[in-house]
Design a protein around this ligand. Structure first.
Ligand code: HQG
Length: 184
């Protein structure tokens, strides 16, 4: 299987999910380093145990997928966000971002407005660059997501940092409710 086309898009999604699982949650014997990288050849070998794909296909998923999730550098690959395992991706801090968004269920939104936004099972809280992206994130869980607006400028003044994983995904630590509003 060479490149991603209309006819193998489902396979690309499946392989991408498997790659996310390995690189974010369970790298097992892939010899992941402290920055979250594994050798692309090691990852390919593992993926090939399940799927008939080649390195071009993996590179296509990393570079031309629906959403940027991975980084390939010097023959190694890592997930840029989403980790539950302890790795230091060392993403750059964005010192200028003013507003960020978070899409979730109505029930989670009301909890967050009371008690703050937490990373839950992941290492960091995940925020979206735009309300449209937040809506897509929320739609993974519910048909009609609630969109929360994070006052990143105010939070930063109080020492909360925002790190840019990709053009659409930002990471932060726990965000207290005073920086969070619901978009009506
Ligand atoms: C919720 C996907 C109750 C939070 C997406 C969310 C994203 C609370 C859930 C990335 C809470 C955690 C991450 C509180 C947070 N009370 N619920 N105090 N604080 N929550 O999956 O942001 O496609 O860990 O609202 O697109 O949904 O995999 O985080 O609903 O970019 O690349 O707890 O994962 O990217 O869920 O998604 P998650 P998320 P990929």
């Amino acid at each position: 299987m060479l490149t991603i086309t209309e006819s193998n898009r489902d396979l690309a999604v499946e392989v991408s999910k498997f790659m996310s699982y390995l690189l974010r949650h369970n790298p097992r014997d892939l010899q992941i380093d402290d920055k979250g990288f594994v050798r692309l050849s090691n990852l390919l070998k593992r993926v090939k145990e399940r799927y008939d794909v080649n390195e071009t296909f993996i590179r296509d998923i990393a570079h031309a997928g629906d959403k940027v999730r991975f980084q390939i550098l010097n023959g190694k690959i890592r997930a840029l966000y989403g980790h539950t395992i302890e790795v230091e991706v060392e993403l750059p801090e964005d010192e200028g971002v003013k507003i960020l968004y978070h899409g979730t269920t109505a029930a989670a939104a009301s909890e967050i407005l009371k008690g703050g936004l937490g990373p839950m099972k992941r290492r960091f809280v995940h925020l979206s660059a735009t309300r449209e992206i937040a809506r897509e994130v929320g739609k993974r869980r519910t048909r009609n997501p609630a969109i929360l607006v994070i006052d990143a400028e105010k939070a930063r003044r109080d020492g909360i940092r925002f790190h840019k994983a990709t053009d659409s995904v930002y990471l932060s630590k726990r965000i207290p409710p005073k920086y969070v509003k619901k978009l009506e």
